[in-house]
Design a protein around this ligand. Structure first.
Ligand SMILES: [Zn+2]
Ligand SMILES: [Zn+2]
Length: 264
């Protein structure tokens, strides 16, 4: 039986490796095709941004600003932010591609409000590059789990932006994506205009984990992180279900500790 089983397993691995090589070859071809920049419509390649817009989107991240080592908030001095040092969040660390500010915020708006899926590919590319170079590195066995959207939001948009980003990220990073590990336990209202305290209350009991994830490293994927209250609650649920660590992978991090902005 063991002899029969081993070739089958290596066959699966071979097919997985072939799919991965085809994916990377296709992506390499696409990257050489001239296209319009997703922000200024200037010359770009492979449906990405031109080098000027790319530099503008990443300017604050590349500015060597001090960051909270847990929630990635930009800080005046290199220590934990007041939020994380006062009461440590349940998540272990946030990895974000850029600060939620112009012009990068427009890419997120184009995806969420304009349903421009080319923006999703750009956002995935930016976040994947950030994850590849993150220090300390995201464990290779991390399981990607998108934040589930409300039914009202899916009916209005027709898709869940976090799920689109998680799916693309899984292909880029060759990682597992398992949306079924997290579900909405109830429908909640929009958080956009809520205060910090109201946000924290509104996400209580909003999500649950339907199965045990003992020893797993979970990477929760979303588009924007604002106060971190959603990710904190989700991390609490995953750790109660046995997760060894919970990371947050977000495209954009609001560059201030406040409320009333879009996102988590
Ligand atoms: Zn441009
Ligand atoms: Zn912090």
């Amino acid at each position: 039986m063991a002899d029969l089983f081993v070739p089958c397993e290596s066959g699966q691995a071979r097919r997985g490796g072939m799919r991965r090589r085809l994916y990377l070859a296709g992506r390499a071809c696409l990257a050489r095709i001239p296209s319009a920049c997703g922000l200024c419509q200037g010359d770009a390649r492979g449906g990405s941004l031109c080098r000027f817009c790319m530099a503008a989107v990443l300017r604050s991240i590349n500015a060597n600003t001090a960051r909270c080592p847990v929630c990635f908030l930009a800080l005046a001095d290199p220590a934990c932010c007041a939020d994380c040092s006062g009461r440590a969040p349940a998540f272990d660390r946030i990895i974000a591609a850029f600060d939620y500010a112009p012009p990068g915020d427009l890419l997120i708006h184009n995806l969420k409000a304009g349903r421009r899926f080319t923006s999703a590919a750009m956002l995935v590319g930016l976040l994947a590059q950030t994850v590849r170079t993150a220090a300390p590195a995201l464990p290779a066995n991390a399981i990607l789990v998108p934040v589930p959207a409300s039914k009202a939001s899916i009916l209005a948009r027709g898709f869940n932006p976090a799920a689109e980003i998680a799916r693309g990220l899984a292909s880029e990073l060759n990682m597992a994506c398992r949306p079924g590990l997290l579900r909405r336990a109830r429908e909640g209202g929009r958080q956009t205009h809520l205060t910090r305290r109201e946000r924290a209350g509104s996400v209580q009991h909003l999500y649950d984990c339907p199965s045990r994830v003992d020893g797993a490293v979970i990477a929760v994927v979303d588009d924007v992180l604002t106060t971190g209250s959603t990710l904190h609650r989700i991390a609490q649920q995953f750790k109660s279900a046995g997760a060894a660590a919970v990371y947050g992978l977000v495209v954009a991090r609001t560059p201030y500790s406040g409320a009333g902005k879009p996102g988590l």
